[in-house]
Design a protein around this ligand. Structure first.
Ligand SMILES: [Zn+2]
Length: 307
């Protein structure tokens, strides 16, 4: 019986011991686990704190960089604005400078042109105001035979005026010929003498053109004629050629010095003077004749005479 109890006790003790050991072991394991969890928690919170500090750093760095960029951008914009202003000012100055240089160049060119243009070429002549008897045009050229009414005459005209006359005669498409062009003082005198012999002094003075005489001496004036009127200048006013000239001669710089019903001189439909395209056009458009203008008004056109 004793051994039975002994055995029971022993088994019981062992059982208790096992339970106690197990409980301890379980307790120990739980404790260990808790410790590990605490450690992991600590690590996690440390990592979280690191992440937070990195994020904070990143945010502050980003903010700082953005600030710098904004500042730099605004500095650059300001600098660019200033540069633009400077460029604008320089351009404005350059514009003024160019304008001034242009004005000066224009003035010099105009003075040069004026100094090269013979003022006599746009001078008004009258029965009391003649061109000096010693005056001779700067350069004369011979008019080609095919434009001469008298083929062997070899009339001369100012070399500067000839190109205008040639285009006018060519473009008319009509048979318009040069009856007379440049006449020197001596030639004119001789001609007047002939007329005086033929018609008597009074009539010769009337149509041998005291005024027109000076214009012929300039080398810029021509008497024109066409076929079908037997060489009678006075009949030129009734021809198609004359009508064409009335409507078109101004485009080539020619005007009729003494139109029908003018206040100054007898009507000379054949007598055409070169005054430059600009003046001729203005006269044509205003319905005025060369001698209607004052000399001061005419002189304004001297600079454009050969344009
Ligand atoms: Zn004439």
């Amino acid at each position: 019986m004793k051994s039975f109890f002994y055995n029971v006790w022993t088994i019981y003790s062992i059982f208790i011991l096992i339970i106690a050991s197990s409980a301890f072991a379980i307790y120990y394991l739980i404790e260990m686990g808790n410790n590990q969890i605490i450690l992991i928690d600590e690590k996690i919170s440390s990592i979280n704190s690191d992440i937070k500090s990195i994020a904070e750093n990143l945010a502050s760095t980003t903010e700082r960089l953005q600030g710098n960029i904004t500042q730099t951008y605004s500095d650059l914009s300001l600098a660019l604005g200033n540069e633009r202003k400077n460029v604008d000012e320089i351009e404005a100055l350059l514009g003024i400078y160019k304008q001034e240089v242009g004005d000066i160049t224009g003035t010099v060119t105009n003075l040069e042109k004026l100094s090269k243009t013979d003022p006599e070429l746009l001078q008004k002549y009258s029965k009391v105001f003649f061109l000096n008897e010693h005056y001779a045009p700067a350069r004369l050229v011979e008019i080609p035979d095919n434009y001469e009414y008298f083929e062997s005459k070899h009339s001369k005209i100012s070399s500067q005026v000839w190109p205008y006359l040639e285009s006018m005669l060519k473009n008319s498409g009509l048979e318009i010929y040069v009856y007379s062009a440049y006449r020197s003082f001596d030639e004119q005198n001789a001609l007047k003498g002939q007329y005086a012999v033929i018609y008597g002094e009074g009539t010769a003075n009337q149509f041998s053109a005291d005024q027109g005489y000076s214009e012929h001496q300039l080398g810029t004036t021509v008497d024109l004629i066409t076929t079908g009127i037997s060489g009678v200048l006075e009949d030129f006013g009734g021809t198609n050629a004359y009508q064409w000239l009335l409507n078109n001669a101004y485009k080539y710089g020619f005007v009729l010095s003494y139109p029908d019903n003018n206040d100054y001189y007898v009507y000379e439909p054949w007598h055409w003077r070169f005054v430059g395209v600009k003046l001729a056009t203005d006269l044509h458009n205003s319905g005025k004749s060369f001698y209607d203008l004052t000399q001061r008004e005419i002189d304004e056109y001297l600079i454009n005479l050969f344009e």
